[in-house]
Design a protein around this ligand. Structure first.
Ligand SMILES: [Zn+2]
Length: 326
């Protein structure tokens, strides 16, 4: 069955709406969203966690003890004895239930029935929304809005206020005066320590790890941003350079340790300098290319990690729902 038809069926069975272009988890085939009895429900594929699964999200007014909810919900008599899937996450105003499958999707009826049972179970455990904005808890707000990725109730005043708060946060961030010398010093220190760790560990276990390069990249990007106090172009250029340099420096330490052992000689700066001077020919003999690839991947992760924080929220009305099955 095509995904669209599948979700149309679930929508018809649950009395909710199918939205072909909106999905809280970013799946391509849209999702079923709506509220019944004050409980907001979203049902869709969740492609973010590398497994095939149907996710059912139910939102409600904040509870004071999410841990209690987490413990009580699976025991609820409203749920069937044999439950499909498992409770994946509980928060103060939501639960997420996941039904994993391998080849065929779970039956639309089963998903619809279970989402109903979940709502019934929550009726005794968490309060429903009552048609008012969930932020200011006063303005009448009858229709759902996608707040970022989550469907919920937020009035236009609170949306405006959230935008203004973020604008202010963005302006404050822009106003931070970057401290470049600090960023450079902390970055160099992180690269130095990362390189020593890379060399010593590589020597100890006689192999290198991609994760090692990624960790070094993270360490350096954290240190540079900590030093400059914000994400800057300077940092974005410095971070990959330091990551590659750190891994190469680590390799030089590794080869120095290897020569010391092989020839039974103590450490000397002269030896280390000789290795550094000949690092490229040595790398070409060994697994230097692999090292460089690892270092570049590590730098890529570091750069991704060093993005500017986003100061945008999106509030989106729910699209026109998909047509119901004729
Ligand atoms: Zn409000």
């Amino acid at each position: 069955m095509k995904d669209q038809d599948y979700f149309q069926q679930i929508a018809a069975l649950t009395g909710l709406q199918y939205y072909p272009t909106q999905n809280p988890w970013g799946g391509k085939s849209g999702s079923v969203i709506g509220a019944r009895d004050g409980y907001v429900t979203a049902i869709g594929f969740d492609p973010t966690r590398n497994a095939r699964k149907i996710t059912i999200l139910v939102r409600f007014k904040k509870v004071s003890d999410p841990a209690l909810l987490k413990a009580s919900l699976p025991q609820s008599p409203a749920l069937p004895e044999k439950k499909p899937g498992k409770l994946a996450a509980t928060g103060e105003d939501f639960v997420r239930w996941e039904i994993a499958y391998s080849f065929t999707k779970p039956k639309a009826e089963d998903v619809a029935n279970f989402s109903g049972a979940l709502r019934d179970a929550l009726k005794t455990l968490a309060p429903p929304f009552d048609g008012r904005c969930e932020v200011c808890i006063s303005t009448s707000t009858p229709s759902l809005t996608m707040m970022g990725n989550l469907p919920g109730y937020i009035c236009s005043n609170c949306q405006e206020k959230a935008r203004q708060d973020l604008d202010r946060a963005a302006m404050n961030y822009e106003a931070i005066e970057p401290n470049y010398p600090n960023g450079l010093v902390l970055g160099l220190l992180a690269a130095f320590l990362g390189g020593i760790a890379w060399g010593v560990i590589a020597y100890g276990i006689n192999r290198i790890f991609l994760y090692g390069a990624i960790l070094i990249g993270y360490l350096i990007s954290w240190a540079v941003i900590k030093g400059t106090r914000k994400v800057t172009l300077f940092g974005q250029i410095l971070i990959p350079i330091l990551t590659v340099a750190s891994v190469l420096f680590g390799d030089a330490i590794f080869y120095t340790l290897a020569v010391m052992k092989h020839r039974q000689i103590p450490f000397s700066m002269q030896l280390f300098k000789a290795i550094l001077a000949n690092l490229w020919p040595i790398e070409k003999e060994g697994n230097g290319i692999l090292t460089l690839v690892f270092a570049l991947v590590g730098a890529g992760f570091a750069l991704y990690n060093a993005r500017k924080p986003k100061f945008k929220t999106s509030f989106q009305p729910l699209d026109a729902p998909g047509r119901p099955i004729a």
